[in-house]
Ligand binder design. Structure first.
Ligand code: ZN
Length: 57
């Protein structure tokens, strides 16, 4: 088992098409609120704002 710490695996979903394109680690200590990043969405074929989701596919 991996050491259980402040880190949490979250998915990043495209805010436009809702497809989950990325999985990242989130540090609960440093991060407050919802994570959102601009990343390339292969479904939309352009850079879109991605938001975190705890529901991993
Ligand atoms: Zn998209």
């Amino acid at each position: 088992m991996a050491k259980k710490g402040a880190r949490e695996i979250v998915g990043l979903i495209c805010s436009v098409c809702k497809s989950q394109n990325y999985v990242t680690e989130r540090n609960k200590i440093n991060m407050e609120g919802k994570l959102s990043v601009k990343k390339y969405c292969k479904n939309c074929k352009k850079v879109q704002l991605h938001k975190e989701t705890t529901k991993l596919k």
